[in-house]
Design a protein around this ligand. Structure first.
Ligand SMILES: Nc1ncnc2c1ncn2[C@@H]1O[C@H](COP(=O)(O)OP(=O)(O)OP(=O)(O)O)[C@@H](O)[C@H]1O
Length: 617
């Protein structure tokens, strides 16, 4: 609807488009991060209202002090004044000072509360948003940047709130009050004050022009610092084993130096600004006195004393007005830094997951446990070449399907499309007869038990790790957990542990061996009782004997579940119902072990390289 747009033919007026107004409103909103502050809770908003009220009270009380001072001076100068009168005015003055102090303490406590609460809200929102994003979105931001945004950037906003709330409210009130007091005096004084204010603003404007891009850079470099530090810590064993300390130190030094240089640049500009501001303020005082001296010298009416007192009062108020403006400027100097952080936070919060969820909660009847790929092509985001090309295959319920191929042939990519970690570029992936895009996220995940290539465990205990997640079914009982561990061939080593299923799991499962971690994560998938089990090369850390026992147990105990196994070893997939041979992202063969051994060259090559003639026979 075009409400404001006017017909240029009938009115002859310039067309004003409402989009322009809406655009301007949005720009102003973005400038002041209104969208970010919309996330303040009702309680925070109420506290902000209290802060505003108390600051007005505090300023009002402070403004009473000169009036009391003046009364006391007059009383002292008036002959015959009673000491009691002086003391009572002094008492009032003291009460006003104390009242202002108490209010300032309350304001500080309230502001600390609001800023801490608001940053907690932001962290919460960011955490939930990041969890809902697709792999593509997370990759777009980078994990290191998401960590900085959830920590450092939130802290910047918190610091700005603490400073800004106090000063943003106080300074304008003070400035307006001081300006009102000085507005009705000599124009030459007012003029020199305006000139000083303009020079100050120009100085600050120029500094900000150079400094603001550095604020942006600084946050980006914080991301990089985070990335290198994380890489150092996670790869510490490799760094030590390869004597790569110097290499890593240099890598860190490079980022650290960039970060330091940026900080030094910002501080240099600030260092120039501080004395410049002092010079301008002193020059203003000087010019007020100089103008005053000329005025007094040229006065004819004999009111030199009045002019002199006016001059002293004016210079005081002018300083107060300029100081308040300066405080505002300090706030606005911190503001761009906070704005960079606010924008980075909003960038995450505004990101809608690139995977649009469907509404289906159930697959098609009679298709339970079925997986079908129909002419699937897939490009990784930003990649120029297809990682998967024209993949088509179908499994029957309860089947075991193996995907085999050279490293980098696209096996993991293929299985990642089933739980929609990524969306296909063209073609369709169907689970239980339904396109995966049509399912709600929860419904699709409920059908699948996914075991990743490198086992991921969470800090807690073994039982918590196996019972992990929600499947819209009843929580796994102790019995379910033990059964899952037995199938996964994990029960033996778990029961040998002193605390058994309650043994502590360190962050990332670092207190377990690779094979133990894999078995716990396999048990976790089994405990979900899914219709489809996907193992992305999850048996690679198991010895042959355990691998065989595990596959037998899966065959017997999880007979109804469809199993997709990404494998490297031909020996482990000889008995499966269907083998898909991948080569450079294309299906190079499909069939059983025997069929492929007869007819498929690539499979023959893989098999011959791994199995003895006896095993092949
Ligand atoms: N997140 C990603 N972004 C861009 N390209 C990727 C990503 N993950 C994998 N690739 C590329 O896709 C191709 C297939 O990788 P994929 O992990 O599916 O192979 P794979 O057959 O499972 O290999 P392996 O047996 O070594 O695990 C590789 O060339 C790899 O470089």
């Amino acid at each position: 609807m075009n409400i404001i747009k006017m017909d240029v033919l009938t009115t002859g007026l310039i067309i004003t488009d409402e989009n322009l107004i809406i655009g301007t409103v949005q720009k102003v909103g973005r400038l002041f991060m209104l969208k970010l502050f919309r996330n303040l809770t009702k309680r925070d908003k109420f506290f902000m209202f209290l802060v505003l009220t108390f600051i007005i009270g505090q300023v009002w009380l402070e403004l009473q002090l000169p009036a009391y001072m003046q009364s006391i001076t007059i009383l002292i100068q008036t002959p015959g004044s009673e000491l009691n009168n002086i003391l009572s005015v002094g008492g009032l003055m003291l009460s006003a000072a104390l009242g202002s102090l108490v209010l300032s303490i309350i304001v500080a406590v309230l502001i600390a509360n609001i800023s801490a609460n608001f940053s907690a809200t932001l962290r919460d929102l960011l955490f939930n948003k990041v969890i809902s994003l697709s792999m593509e979105d997370i990759g777009g931001f980078s994990k290191a940047s998401l960590i900085t945004r959830s920590t450092n950037d939130v802290t910047q906003i918190q610091v700005f709130l603490v400073m800004g709330l106090q000063m943003l409210v106080r300074a304008p009130i003070m400035a307006i009050w001081a300006v009102i007091r000085i507005s009705n005096t000599q124009w030459a004084w007012t003029f020199s004050t305006i000139v000083a204010a303009l020079i100050l603003f120009a100085l600050i404007g120029v500094s900000m022009y150079f400094v603001i891009p550095k604020f942006k850079l600084r946050q980006k470099l914080t991301d990089r610092l985070n990335l290198v530090t994380r890489e150092n810590l996670t790869g510490i064993e490799v760094i030590r084993a390869y004597n790569a300390e110097d290499y890593q130190t240099n890598k860190f030094k490079e980022v650290n130096d960039d970060f330091t240089d940026t900080n030094i640049f910002v501080n240099k500009i600030m260092a120039v600004m501080q004395p410049s501001i002092s010079i301008i303020m002193n020059a203003l005082t000087l010019s007020i006195y100089w103008i005053g001296a000329i005025l007094i010298q040229n006065t004819m009416s004999g009111n030199e004393v009045v002019l002199f007192s006016e001059m002293v009062v004016f210079s005081n108020y002018a300083m107060q007005a300029i100081m308040s403006l300066l405080i505002l400027v300090i706030v606005f100097a911190v503001f761009p830094q906070a704005k960079v952080s606010g924008d980075r936070i909003m960038e995450v919060l505004d990101t809608e997951s690139s995977i649009i969820k469907g509404k289906e909660t159930k697959g098609k009847a009679n298709h339970s446990g079925e997986i079908e790929f129909r002419n699937v092509d897939f490009y990784y985001p930003g990649a120029e070449e297809k990682t998967l090309e024209n993949i088509s295959f179908k499994t029957r319920p309860g089947d075991t399907v193996a995907v085999i191929g050279a490293t980098g042939s696209g096996k993991s990519t293929l299985v990642n499309l089933i739980p929609r970690f990524y969306d296909v570029s063209s073609g369709e992936v169907l689970v239980n007869g339904q396109n995966v895009k049509e399912y709600t996220e929860k419904a699709l995940n409920n059908l699948i038990g996914f075991v990743t290539q490198s086992a991921i465990l969470f800090s807690g205990d073994i039982e918590e790790n196996i019972a992990y997640g929600d499947n819209d079914q009843s929580t796994p009982t102790k019995e379910d957990i033990r059964r899952a561990a037995e199938i996964a061939q994990a029960s033996e080593f778990i029961e040998k542990l002193e605390k058994g299923y309650h043994s502590h799991v360190a962050q990332g499962g670092s207190n377990f061996s690779g094979g133990q971690k894999q078995r716990i994560s396999i048990a976790r998938a089994i405990a979900r009782k899914p219709e489809i089990l996907i193992f992305d090369d999850s048996f690679s850390a198991l010895d042959f004997k355990t691998d065989r026992k595990l596959r037998m147990a899966l065959q017997n105990e999880m007979a109804n579940a469809t199993k997709v196994i990404v494998a490297q070893r031909v020996g482990t997939i000889k008995e499966v119902d269907q083998i898909i041979v991948l080569e450079n992202g294309r299906v190079a063969g499909k069939g059983t072990h025997k069929e492929l051994l007869k007819s498929n060259k690539i499979y023959q090559e893989i098999a011959h390289s791994q199995l003895s003639e006896e095993e092949l026979a």
